[in-house]
Ligand binder design. Structure first.
Ligand code: PLP
Length: 377
């Protein structure tokens, strides 16, 4: 039996809510389930306003428009991330400026941000890798000092916290992903968290194709019209129905994932004392959400060989990421500031293990045993 890297799951009333969508007679966006998703997300995150979108990428595109990115503007971000941290800004003519990551959390190294700031800098994009928070106090202080916006890519970070604040609710804007590989899922899906009142009205307009349709539905104006740039960033109600069922069970989801995460850590942390592997580092002030279990292999170990050995035992493992700064589009559209030594090193050593709700203890035992055998010879 294969142990896949990821497996989508149903945990609550997903199917009955989808059936309910038909009786509500609204299949397009912004119906009752969309509203329920947004309210529950606002309650859980303490964000001033949440708008659900069809992806985290879409939420980041909205954020780039709200930040008023113009050609030549610079956006500081890690290179060790997914393309969607960068692409939404490049679409508006912005230039990603890549800085290196911290060797412990693999998040942007906050001590390198100030050096990367120029007169063109507009935004900092912290990416909370594996649901472990970036050093947000420092990042917010730098943003304040230089009058920059902070847009959190919290695609991994739903319901994880930094000093008791939900990731995604700390920067001016935050973005969640509900892609099937993330913690809370709806196949494709995302959310924009608006933590600064000045962006709310425009965000609603951008999401509704540049029209003031939302105000119209609230009875604030008597007809709706084209008022700004925008696109169609909202999901349909079928997606929202599935998502709402997952959000209702969010605590359960986090608990289950943390249990799986801990089981890996209990078994592999002992082995990390031999310095062949390094387990994840979680700073004291962070509560993570069990989004990912990764290990870092020491230099002497051939990662492809380990992946191959796991595969022979029907275990699917993955590496992460091809750094953006050395990718074809990254070279074309971005630039680096300083050395990328940690990024380059980590991206060659990191191995992600299967992580999904429903993964059984005996499967994790097999994964850990196979892994230990693979790294010990
Ligand atoms: C998954 C992911 C995204 C994109 O999410 P989508 O919902 O698939 O658009 C963005 N950033 C990071 C760090 C991700 O892991």
């Amino acid at each position: 039996m294969e142990i896949p890297f990821n497996k989508p799951f149903i945990i609550g009333r997903e199917l009955s809510y989808i059936a309910e969508v038909y009786s509500n007679n609204i299949l397009s966006g912004d119906g009752p389930f969309t509203k329920k998703c947004q309210i529950i997300l606002e309650q859980k995150t303490n964000s001033k306003k949440v708008l659900i979108t069809h992806s985290c990428t879409a939420a980041l595109e909205m954020a780039a428009i709200l930040a008023d990115i113009k050609p030549g503007d610079e956006i500081i971000m890690p290179s060790y991330t997914f393309v969607s941290s960068a692409n939404p800004f490049v679409l508006r003519g912005g230039i990603p400026v890549f800085v290196d990551i911290r060797p412990d959390t693999l998040n942007i190294d906050e001590t390198l941000i100030e050096e990367a700031i120029t007169s063109k800098t507009k935004v900092i994009v912290p990416v909370h890798y594996a649901g472990v928070a970036c050093e947000m106090d420092t990042i917010m202080a730098i943003a304040k000092k230089y009058n920059l916006l902070v847009i959190e890519d919290a695609a991994h970070g739903i319901f994880a916290t930094y000093k008791n604040r939900m990731l995604g609710s700390i920067g001016h804007l935050g973005c969640y992903s509900f892609h099937e590989t993330k913690n809370v899922i709806s196949g494709e899906g995302g959310a924009l968290l608006i933590n600064d009142y000045r962006f709310i009205e425009r965000a609603e307009i951008i999401r509704e194709k540049g029209t003031n349709r939302s105000q119209f539905f609230r009875g604030m104006i008597d007809k709706y019209t084209w008022v700004d740039i925008g696109s169609s960033y909202l999901p349909g109600e079928l997606i929202a129905a599935f998502l709402f069922a997952q959000l209702e069970k969010a605590q359960d989801i986090t608990k289950k994932r943390l249990k799986i995460w801990k089981l890996y850590n209990d078994q592999l942390f002992i082995d990390s004392s031999q310095k062949l592997i390094r387990c994840p580092v979680i700073p004291n002030f962070c509560n993570h959400n069990g989004h990912m279990y990764y290990i870092l292999l020491s230099k002497e170990i051939n990662r492809s060989a380990v992946i191959e050995k796991l595969k022979k035992k029907n275990i699917q493992s993955l590496f992460h990421y091809v750094p953006l700064h050395s990718s074809p589009a990254g070279l074309k559209y971005g630039r680096v500031c300083g050395s990328m030594d940690v990024t380059n090193f980590i991206s060659e050593q990191l191995l992600r293990l299967p992580m999904w709700i429903g993964l059984k203890k005996y499967q994790q035992d097999k994964i850990c045993q196979t892994l230990k055998m693979a790294i010990n010879n």
